[in-house]
Design a protein around this ligand. Structure first.
Ligand code: 523
Length: 131
């Protein structure tokens, strides 16, 4: 069986990266992630990302580029990450998160990221730094 995809967005605006603190489940609550979620049947990853960011944060975004790599999650799931430009709206923690922060490229170590998000965060910070 191929693994199912969880897609996450390295959402950026004004040279900063968006970090979201999970409020659930208990074992992940308080850790920070690149927001996103599971693909629904028939969805392409970019569509799922746009939908998840709309539902969770109330914003419109445009996926820009896949961050190379794929990171194992629990059994049967892998994490894929896209950079995503913020098109409209100010992100609000509508679902699944209890705090949001915008981080400059040299501030990304300021929050306790989920382990599996760290490689993509490092690459997103590098892309922001290099413009
Ligand atoms: N991750 C993860 N990093 C990351 C995301 C968006 C998700 O490690 N950046 C993990 C956390 C969960 C699983 O992927 O174990 C599913 O993410 P979740 O709960 O955000 O996906 P949803 O919102 O689609 O989940 P359901 O509410 O269960 O549909």
């Amino acid at each position: 069986m191929t693994d199912r995809v969880v897609v996450a967005g390295a959402v950026y605006s004004g040279g900063r990266l968006l970090a979201a603190r999970r409020s659930a489940p208990e074992e992940l609550a308080g850790r920070w992630e690149l927001p996103g979620g599971k693909l629904e049947p028939g969805e392409r990853p970019e569509q799922a990302l746009v939908r998840e960011l709309r539902e969770e944060l109330g914003v419109e975004t445009e996926p820009v580029a896949r961050i190379p790599g794929e990171w194992p999650l629990g059994p049967g799931y892998v994490l894929q990450v896209w950079t995503a430009r913020l098109l409209s709206g100010e992100p609000r923690p509508l679902e699944d998160h209890d705090e949001l922060r915008w981080l400059g490229p040299d501030e990304t170590d300021a929050v306790d990221w989920l382990d599996q998000d760290r490689p993509a965060v490092a690459e997103a910070a590098r892309l922001l730094r290099d413009g």
